[in-house]
Write a protein that binds this ligand. Structure first.
Ligand code: NAP
Length: 293
């Protein structure tokens, strides 16, 4: 396998690079600007702006990957809501450009997508459930997915995931589990919502699944998340309990009090039956990962 990764400076990108390196699988890491992942030697890194057709064509034609794992995206949901054009450019148009280049070299194209494509009224979503996006970010992922789903080129996969957590280097944003551990350790006051339910996903498990799909030459849609769905409040409580930290500074609140620009689905979570059966996916529980962060 020769795998090209977009977004290698991001949390998932870094985990994929780490696993490929460990397994001695050939790869090229790409992201916007400088390499910020010290685990990735500069000789395995090229700066590639996914919005530039010229840069994509240059990199694809010199590396000639047979798999592309496309993790790069505008991932801040509220920033997407406030800057819909930037979001569309980065999440939809860039995906189209990358997919078109992948087709030219007959490579497998893997797109990372999200539980936010669903409206969160049902929970425990299956791959074939109907998307009902509530935000600009969610709509951009649906549009990117549709571009693949409606194309006659069959060699693609879509990996949908849910709040991803883990440790990375020089990341541009934190994640709920790492933030909770840090804030609880410093007894900081935290306002945490109890009316949104998610299945937090260990970034290493997600990276494993992305690579596994490539290895097995699988195509189609896969739901990849942690095994348990719980409220955001419960995630933080469980982190506190695991590390023996006080919850006195935790303030229970609800989504309406946050006044966030983008609407979020109340309850997601995935049915993992397909991923377990087809990929052998066996994700860790929250507690199984906490001593690793
Ligand atoms: N994290 C979650 O909770 C979550 C949940 C559901 C789905 N997802 C999806 O999973 C994927 C990976 O998420 P993540 O948490 O690893 O994301 P992340 O940490 O925010 O990283 C995204 C990366 O995309 C890169 N990027 C943005 N614009 C770019 C451009 N124009 N050209 C090249 N690279 C660009 C950024 O590179 P620079 O840092 O170099 O700017 C960044 O490193 C995303 O597609 C996301 O939508 C994530």
């Amino acid at each position: 396998m020769r795998i090209l990764i977009t977004g290698s400076n991001g949390l998932l990108g870094q985990k994929i690079v780490r696993q490929l390196k460990k397994r001695k699988i050939e790869f090229l890491a790409t992201s916007k600007g400088e390499n910020r992942n010290p685990d990735c030697d500069d000789s395995y890194y090229v700066s590639m702006d996914i919005c530039s057709e010229k840069e994509i064509a240059g990199v694809f034609n010199s590396f000639l990957p047979n798999h592309i794992i496309h993790t790069a995206a505008m991932t801040n949901v509220d920033a997407c809501e406030l800057n819909p054009n930037d979001c569309y450019e980065t999440n939809v148009i860039a995906t189209q450009k990358l997919f078109n280049e992948a087709k030219k070299i007959q490579a497998h194209f893997q797109l990372l997508s999200t539980d936010f494509i669903f409206d969160g009224e049902k929970g425990n979503y299956k791959e074939e459930d109907e998307p009902k996006p509530l935000s600009v970010y969610a709509q951009s992922k649906v549009d990117a997915e549709r571009f693949l789903l409606n194309d006659s080129y069959p060699n693609y996969s879509i990996v949908r995931t849910i709040i991803v957590y883990g440790i990375g280097n020089n990341l541009s944003r934190t994640n709920i589990v790492c933030w909770a551990k840090e804030a609880l350790s410093q007894s900081q006051e935290m306002r945490i919502i109890d009316d949104q339910f998610r299945a937090p996903t260990w970034a290493d498990d997600l990276a494993w699944a992305c690579i596994r799909i490539c290895e097995l030459d699988k195509t189609g849609v896969y739901h990849i998340s942690g095994p348990e769905t719980m409220s955001i409040f419960e995630i933080v409580e469980r982190v506190a309990k695991h590390f023996g930290l006080s919850t006195e500074t935790l303030i229970r609140t609800d989504s309406s009090s946050l006044n966030q620009p983008a609407k979020r689905p109340p309850k997601t979570g995935f049915d993992l039956t397909k991923s377990r059966n087809v990929l052998g996916y066996n994700p860790k529980t929250l507690e199984e990962t906490l001593d690793l962060i």
